[in-house]
Write a protein that binds this ligand. Structure first.
Ligand SMILES: [Zn+2]
Length: 200
């Protein structure tokens, strides 16, 4: 995750998590925006980020896509959706993958620029995938999550002709200027890349 300015703060995430406890009915705008809409990945559920948390675009025409950026959210699946729905957080990603079953939520259309990489150039040229969990808690990285996320990444690579290698499927920590560590040392890149190839 990221915020543009100021830099990402744990407090921001905690505020998001606190908001998750507020009854959904208190967010009539969010509910109106949540009506079904076409998603880019078959089977993904549409959970739109706040319009304040991404930049509309017409990619890949405006910006060719070169990267998939893998994140670990440092919070739960529902906490992540709540952070993205909150117009004050200034953060989003295209997709969020749930730990227990690999369920995929789409929050930003692939044509649009999500704010996830902490680097504008990389934001314009990438798709961001958040994974439920914490870099220090490998039990969140389930087989279901690896499988469904790898299938998603393989589909993105096919759509935009992105090479399926570690120069183009990168961790948030590999984005130039990033001060983040995710997905962290417990993320099994070998396994992930093998699965991405399997689903290609
Ligand atoms: Zn990240």
């Amino acid at each position: 995750m990221e915020r543009t300015t100021p830099f990402p703060s744990r407090r921001g995430l905690l505020m998001g998590a606190a908001l998750a406890a507020v009854p959904y009915a208190l967010f009539p705008d969010a509910r109106a925006a949540a009506r079904p809409q076409a998603v880019d990945h078959p089977g993904a559920a549409w959970h739109p980020a706040s319009r304040s948390n991404y930049t509309p675009s017409n990619r890949p025409r405006a910006h060719p896509l070169h990267y998939v950026v893998v994140h670990v959210a440092q919070t739960t699946y529902s906490g992540t959706l709540s952070v993205f729905r909150n117009p004050r957080t200034k953060v989003s990603a295209h997709y969020v993958v749930r730990s227990s079953d690999g369920h995929v939520a789409q929050c930003v259309r692939e044509t649009d620029i999500a704010w996830h990489a902490g680097n504008w150039d990389y934001n314009t040229r990438s798709i961001g995938i958040e994974h439920e969990g914490w870099v220090s808690r490998p039990k969140y990285f389930t087989d279901a999550m690896y499988q469904r996320s790898a299938r998603l990444t393989a589909a993105i690579c096919a759509r935009y002709d992105i090479p399926r290698n570690r120069a183009h499927i990168i961790g948030h920590h590999e984005v130039p200027g990033s001060d983040h560590t995710d997905p962290g040392r417990h993320w099994d890149w070998k396994r992930y890349m093998r699965l991405v190839d399997k689903y290609a």
